[in-house]
Ligand binder design. Structure first.
Ligand code: NAD
Length: 269
C-alpha cells in the first residue's frame, strides 16, 4: 500500500462538494494525506472544465503530479470515475492497480513586438487566436517557411485530447491521443479568388512547429483552454507539441473511439 499526498479540486455543484467531502474522509481513513500544496495526485471532481482548471492550478508540478477525474455530470473526456465509485477509486489508487497513461500537451509562446519578455503556456485542449475588432489577418509558418496567409475569424491549435472539444465544433478532425501531434483548424476563413488558404485542418507532427505571425497594429485575443490573454502588440504565437505530457493515474481504459461514440452519437439501436 502506498501512502499518497492528494489534492482535491472541485466545482461548487452540490454533488461535487459532497463527493469531495466523502473522498477526503476515505483517503485519510486509508492512510493518505490531503496536501493542496505539494500533491502526488490531483483529483478533480466535476466535469472536463474542472479537470482543465486542476491542470492549470498544478502546471508547475507537472513532472511530479498524476491527475484523476471524477465526473458528477455526464461522461467527460478527462473524467473516468463516477461519484458513486469513490471506495473503489481509493482502493485502486492505493494499490496502484492500473497503468498510468500520458497525453501530449500544446506548447504556446506569445512573442511581442516591443521586446517584452515572451509569455509561455501549456494547453491541455487548445489555444486560439482571434482579432478583437476586425477580420484577422495572419501569416501561417510551418517551421521557417511561409505556408499561407489567413484571413477570417481566427485559428485554433488543438492537442489530440482537445480535438474532441472546440476543435471538433469548427470542423477539425478527431485525433487519437496516442498520436503525438497538434492540429491547426481555421475558424471561418475567407476563401475566394483573392484570399486563399488550404482550407482543411492541418495535423502537425512533433518534429515540426507552427508560427502564426500577426500584422502590426491589431489587438488580438489568444486563448489557452479556458483562459484568455487580450493584448495589442503581439508579433507572433509559436506552437509545438510540448516536451512535457500530462499523466493520469488509475485511468480507466475506455477505448477512445468507444468514448467518442458514447459522447457524440449514443446508442445506435
Ligand atoms: P466548459 O467547462 O463549460 O466546457 C464546455 C464543454 O466542452 C463541456 O461540455 C465540456 O465537457 C466540453 N469539453 C471540454 N474539454 C473537452 C474535450 N477535451 N473533449 C470533449 N469535450 C470537452 O467551458 P470552459 O471551461 O469555458 O472551456 C473549456 C473548454 O471548452 C475549452 O478548452 C474548449 O475546448 C471548450 N469549448 C468549446 C466550445 C465549442 O465547442 N463551441 C466553446 C467554448 C469552449
Amino acid at each position: 500500500m502506498e501512502n499518497l499526498k492528494v489534492a482535491l479540486v472541485y466545482n461548487q455543484v452540490e454533488q461535487s462538494v459532497l463527493a469531495a467531502e466523502k473522498l477526503k474522509k476515505l483517503l485519510v481513513a486509508s492512510g493518505n494525506v490531503i496536501d493542496q500544496e505539494n500533491p502526488d495526485i490531483v483529483i478533480s471532481i466535476g466535469g472536463d472544465g474542472t479537470l482543465l482548471s486542476a491542470f492549470h492550478l498544478y502546471i508547475h508540478r507537472l513532472d511530479h503530479v498524476r491527475f484523476l477525474g471524477v465526473h458528477t455530470g455526464h461522461l467527460g473526456f478527462y473524467t473516468d470515475w463516477r461519484d458513486y465509485e469513490l471506495e473503489e477509486l481509493v482502493e485502486t489508487l492505493c494499490n496502484n492497480q492500473e497503468e498510468n497513461v500520458s497525453y501530449p500537451l500544446l506548447d504556446v509562446v506569445i512573442r511581442y513586438r516591443d521586446g517584452r519578455a515572451d509569455k509561455h503556456f501549456f494547453a491541455l485542449n487548445e489555444s486560439t487566436i482571434k482579432s478583437l475588432h476586425r477580420t484577422m489577418v495572419a501569416d501561417v509558418y510551418i517551421k521557417e517557411e511561409l505556408f499561407e496567409r489567413f484571413r477570417g475569424d481566427g485559428v485554433s491549435i488543438a492537442t489530440p485530447t482537445g480535438s474532441t472539444a472546440y476543435n471538433k465544433s469548427i470542423g477539425g478532425a478527431v485525433l487519437h491521443p496516442s498520436i503525438e501531434a497538434i492540429q491547426l483548424t481555421e475558424i471561418a476563413s475567407l476563401n475566394n479568388r483573392v484570399f486563399r488558404t488550404v482550407g482543411s485542418p492541418l495535423v502537425i507532427s512533433k518534429e515540426d512547429w507552427l508560427e502564426i505571425r500577426l500584422p502590426q497594429g491589431g489587438e488580438h485575443i489568444v486563448t489557452v483552454d479556458q483562459f484568455s490573454v487580450q493584448q495589442a502588440d503581439i508579433a507572433s504565437v509559436y506552437y509545438r507539441v510540448a516536451p512535457d505530457k500530462i499523466r493520469f493515474a488509475s485511468y480507466r481504459h475506455m477505448d477512445f473511439w468507444h468514448r467518442v461514440r458514447e459522447a457524440f452519437i449514443g446508442d445506435l439501436k
